[in-house]
Design a protein around this ligand. Structure first.
Ligand SMILES: *Cc1c(COP(=O)(O)O)cnc(C)c1O
Length: 468
């Protein structure tokens, strides 16, 4: 495909600007460019084709199956976008006088009420702009709590199981805590003996991803939170991905003191391009006094992790999502997410091996270590070959505790036919690895970009066109 710059022809353009209705003023020379900016010059139809062509190269949930584990790439109903785009919401200024924004305030309060109900918590903030940002905020609540009780100096450690999301240890570290890593038991759950061995008067808290990154709901959850509380620590629930449990069980009832949930995963905001998100942070009453507030609005001394009330549009989408699904629809979505994951896991069985051969929650992990030994075909090779079949690859090489991992999260918005189709392709690729591994080493064969140098692309991305 040609770049828009390569389609450019000097002087070709279309401008339909309204006639100037103000006095012309000469821009001071010091502020003027000396050289015109190198912008592409194309006709309107060329421009339209350019973007349509780009659109065809992108794989999104609207183009096909996208089972990217830990990311919950589900279909987000259009009504959520429509509600967030209502002029009364979208055009409001954050500094508008409070008495003119009563509707927006009510929407925030309503969202808070619904999410607190789903979390099993007493209060909530929408300030954090992402999941990791929510974790940071939540752990700061724990820190302030211990400080207020005069135990801040003594409680220096946060326990993080090795099946946690990678952002958990990073968060604890960012908040100045020493991270104590504990290994999982062979069944993928927290090893209670390992937990007991590290608990003590220096424990500030525990961060737990549940269901964890191998898609397993910890069967000892009540015992885990009891043990942490017994030594005076607090429990943090990473609920970035609440798809398996929302409306079915509540983290607050499991004994957790605070939680974050990614509204851009579970609650209907599309994500993946780094666009606006929200890490809603809920907490029990004993942590509520430390929640961030907008200092600008109430003049008080609070921590503030972002301006105003966070990404308001994302909160509105979450509110609409919860209101449209309702008390029956939310748990139904969760149960279907779990059903779909188990259905796909069962359909792939007998080919790629599950990392943990048991009932999963909303996602499951395949372990290709043995397969790679037998065929030479890696998890990366399988992922790249999947691209040729019109589906997005699963998450690969994560979680780190499974080598050659493929992590699949089909989500509740996929039909049985799609899951059957996907399972069939996985089964075929499994066979192909034995017959024609070379073909898979060289995949994808149909994509514009095959195997970029991922590290270089991330560290030194080339995002600017330069004349050849
Ligand atoms: C995605 C995710 C996060 C991080 O969320 P971001 O919005 O990417 O910062 C944290 N924990 C879990 C379990 C996740 O899946």
């Amino acid at each position: 495909m040609k770049l828009i710059f390569e389609r450019s022809v000097p002087g070709r353009h279309l401008d339909l600007l309204p006639a100037c209705d103000v006095e012309l003023v000469e821009i001071p020379a010091a502020l003027k460019r000396e050289v015109a900016p190198a912008l592409p010059e194309v006709s309107e139809s060329e421009l339209s084709r350019h973007y349509t062509e780009l659109n065809k190269q992108v794989h999104g949930v609207n183009s096909g199956f996208y089972p990217l584990g830990s990311c919950t790439m589900k279909y987000n109903p259009r009504i959520d976008e429509e509600m967030a785009a209502l002029p009364g919401f979208a055009n409001i200024h954050p500094l508008a006088p409070a008495h003119t924004t009563l509707g927006c305030q009510e929407a925030l309060e309503t969202s808070k009420k619904y999410l607190c109900e789903i979390f099993g918590m007493d209060d909530c903030t929408f300030q954090p702009a992402a999941g990791a940002h929510g974790e940071f905020t939540g752990v700061l609540l724990i820190k302030q709590y211990h400080d207020a009780r005069g135990e801040g100096q003594q409680r220096t450690k946060i326990i993080v199981p090795d099946s946690a999301h990678g952002t958990n240890p990073a968060t604890a570290n960012m908040c100045g805590y020493q991270v104590v890593n504990i290994a999982s038991a062979p069944n993928g759950c927290v090893d209670l003996e390992a937990l007991k061995a590290v608990l003590g008067p220096d424990t500030a808290g525990l961060m737990l991803t549940n269901p964890n990154t191998v898609g397993i709901f910890d069967e000892n959850i009540l015992e885990i939170t009891r043990l942490v509380h017994e030594v005076g620590g607090l429990c943090y629930y990473d609920g970035a991905n609440l798809n398996a449990v929302m409306g079915v069980v509540r983290p607050g009832d499991m004994g957790f003191d605070c939680i974050h949930s990614n509204l851009h995963k579970t609650f209907a905001t599309p994500h993946g391009g780094g666009g606006p998100g929200a890490g809603a942070v809920g907490c029990k009453a004993h942590l509520a006094p430390y929640l961030p507030k907008s200092a600008l609005l109430d003049g008080g001394e609070h921590i503030q992790v972002r301006s105003f009330s966070g990404n308001f549009g994302v909160v509105l989408k979450a509110m609409t999502y919860v209101m449209t699904l309702g008390q029956e629809g939310i748990p139904e979505a969760a149960k279907n997410a779990v059903l779909n994951a188990n259905y796909l896991q069962a359909k792939i069985k007998g080919t790629f091996e599950p990392a943990f051969d048991r009932i999963c929650m909303h996602e499951f992990v395949l372990d290709l270590s043995k397969y790679k030994k037998e065929t030479g075909v890696s998890a990366l090779d399988v992922a790249k070959t999947l691209i040729d079949h019109g589906m997005h690859p699963p998450t690969i090489y994560f979680p780190l505790i499974v080598h050659e991992a493929l992590m699949l999260e089909p989500t509740e918005t996929e039909t049985r036919e799609t899951l059957d189709w996907a399972a069939e392709i996985y089964r075929n690729l499994y066979e192909l690895g034995f017959k024609d591994p070379e073909y898979m080493h060289n995949a994808p064969h149909s994509a514009y970009i095959g195997r970029p140098d991922d590290v270089r692309a991330t560290r030194t991305p080339v995002v600017r066109w330069t004349k050849a």
